[in-house]
Design a binder for this molecule. Structure first.
Ligand code: SF4
Length: 555
């Protein structure tokens, strides 16, 4: 269509990985569906054919978008911008350059480390944000760039970092981030999609990382509120589309072209009609369909679930236990007891599944070595109680995430030793351990709690994001003024000491880099959930007269 917005939607990885991201597919489909948008896709290894013709200005693009779901992909954004000849830093872009926008869980939680590269950040659900964002851009596209940015900043849930300025004290402590004038909202609120249906694949291809899979989102968010969990706290409320009106038609649509179905969501088995969905998929007409589900809550694993998944081609099931220690699970609000974990393993095996993957964490607040020993003990007990089931433990280090109660907790250095402890105990017993590198968790924490002073570090990391050493060298080079971060805004003071951002336990009245961005729950509620959890986890001395009663477990 003449006058269509020319857009590129980029993914910070290869085509196979990007096209397997349901979030990316859905944003792309929302852009492609609009007659007034001409969109092409860009991956690190391929791209759709360029737009035909050129309007002879800048890159010829009006819009460049990126969806980010992993902190460590930040530097790839800069490679993608360079590839399109778009100036890296927002303040270097002129009237002829596109609006560079980002979205996805990482940017919705804390966009500040990447803020100087982005013109706009869409906070929340794309279904809700994109139509208003695109309408606003269409309406202001002819205006000079500063006016375009101001117009976009008036759209609910759209954050324009250049119009918000951080304040620091003399020591470089962040005091707050304020709008440049009173015409802008002081707080930008995350937007929530409350429509009847959720998403499903719009592209089914044998070249995807999960070849030819049709993905259907069964639930959004999770009502469990585990105190560290971004997938729950950042995306509330828990949403469950109707089985008959929404999920069944979505499944049928995909199964017209493939026989591979993936049921996705933070906690799919908590859909109130999940048992009915399973029962429906048990019918003979789905006999040649392979069904897989993402991680499920252990307490919801039934013999029926094991049986139907095994019959439909799944070999294993994934449950997150977080820890084998009852104390740790209670502290993080996991609401899962040991018997339920053992029962889940039994049901999986009795149903015909051959493997069970468990996810755990080390380095949780107040954790002691004995809690990690309890995780090893639980795995050993499971092996004995449910012989014949292949057990795998995926384990990562706790990383604080913005907008969760544990955002104020730091990464605990003891975690590195505790990962080794688990390996020493479990590997000789034939239990497969898949630990996530402690070093990468440290970098993740730096980005998840950092502010925009990290942007020059991210710029200096470019080209070496695959190596931990590359990140460390970049940080040192920026601190010592040796990094080549050409074009970086000159008014950013040095980043705070990296150890502090990663490891320190922060007081809950400390100003946070994301305080001006409102998530689903108020800060006071998060602080209360954190206080209750930590109070529960603290070792109790013998009660004596006048001492407060022992705190009750968090709810
Ligand atoms: S059950 Fe899983 S998805 Fe739900 S809050 Fe807990 S960790 Fe997050």
């Amino acid at each position: 269509m003449a006058g269509a917005l020319r857009a590129v939607l980029a993914f910070p990885s290869t085509y196979a990985v990007g096209i397997t991201s349901l979030g990316f597919q859905v944003v792309w489909a929302s852009l492609a569906r609009r007659p007034d948008v001409d969109v092409r896709r860009l991956f690190t290894d391929s791209a759709d054919p360029p737009h035909s013709g050129s309007r002879g200005r800048g890159t010829g693009l009006d819009l460049f978008g990126l969806s980010l779901s992993w902190e460590l992909d930040g530097p790839v954004l800069l490679d993608l911008l360079d590839g399109q000849r778009i100036p890296r830093w927002s303040h270097q872009r002129g009237d002829d350059d596109p609006i560079v926008f980002g979205g996805g869980p990482v940017l919705t939680a804390n966009p500040e480390p990447l803020a100087p590269f982005l013109d706009a950040v869409l906070l929340g659900d794309g279904e809700r944000l994109l139509p208003a964002f695109l309408d606003a851009l269409q309406a202001c596209r002819a205006l000079p760039r500063p006016e375009r940015l101001r117009a976009l900043a008036q759209v609910e849930g759209v954050y324009v970092p250049a119009l918000y300025v951080p304040r620091y004290d003399q020591e470089g402590t962040l005091l707050g981030i304020d709008p440049v004038d009173a015409s802008l909202p002081a707080t930008v609120s995350k937007q929530t999609w409350r429509g009847e249906s959720l998403t499903h694949s719009t592209v089914i291809t044998p070249e995807a990382a999960w070849p030819s899979i049709h993905m259907v989102e069964v639930v959004r968010s999770c009502p469990e509120l585990c105190r560290f969990c971004l997938a729950s706290y950042l995306t509330l409320p828990f949403r469950t589309p109707s089985l008959e009106r929404s999920l069944m038609p979505a499944v049928e649509k995909g199964l017209a072209v493939t026989r591979r179905l993936g049921l996705l969501g933070a906690s799919v088995t908590q859909h109130p009609e999940f048992a009915d969905l399973l029962h429906w998929l048990d019918a003979d007409r789905f006999a040649d369909t392979r069904v897989s589900v993402s991680s499920v809550r252990a307490a919801t694993v039934t013999p029926e679930l094991g049986r139907i998944l095994a019959k439909r081609g799944s070999r294993s099931l994934t449950i997150a236990i977080e820890s084998g220690s009852d104390r740790m699970r209670t502290l993080v609000n996991k609401k899962l007891d040991r018997e339920e974990i053992v029962a889940a393993a039994r049901h999986a095996r009795d149903g015909g599944l051959t493997g069970l993957k468990l996810y755990g964490m080390v380095g949780l607040p107040t954790e002691e070595a004995a809690d990690v020993e309890a995780t090893a003990d639980l795995l050993m007990a499971l092996k004995k109680a449910v012989p014949g089931l292949r057990l795998t433990l995926g384990v990562s280090t706790f990383v604080p995430k913005a907008h969760t109660p544990f955002q104020w907790e730091g990464v605990r250095p003891e975690a590195e030793k505790r990962l080794k402890l688990l390996a020493k105990r479990l590997q000789p017993k034939g239990i497969e351990l898949r630990p996530e590198s402690y070093g990468w968790s440290v970098i993740q924490a730096l980005i998840s709690r950092g502010d925009r002073r990290l942007a020059p570090v991210i710029a200096a990391v470019r080209g070496r994001q695959d190596s931990l050493g590359g990140w460390k060298r970049a940080y040192r080079a920026v601190r010592d003024g040796e990094a080549d971060t050409e074009g970086a805004p000159g008014d950013l003071p040095l980043p705070p000491p990296w150890q502090e951002v990663i490891h320190a336990t922060w007081h809950d009245d400390r100003p946070l880099p994301w305080d001006h961005l409102a998530g689903p729950l108020p800060r006071d509620t998060l602080a209360r959930h954190r206080r209750e959890a930590i109070a529960f986890g603290l070792p109790l001395s013998a009660p004596s007269a006048g001492q407060p009663a022992a705190p009750s477990p968090p709810r």
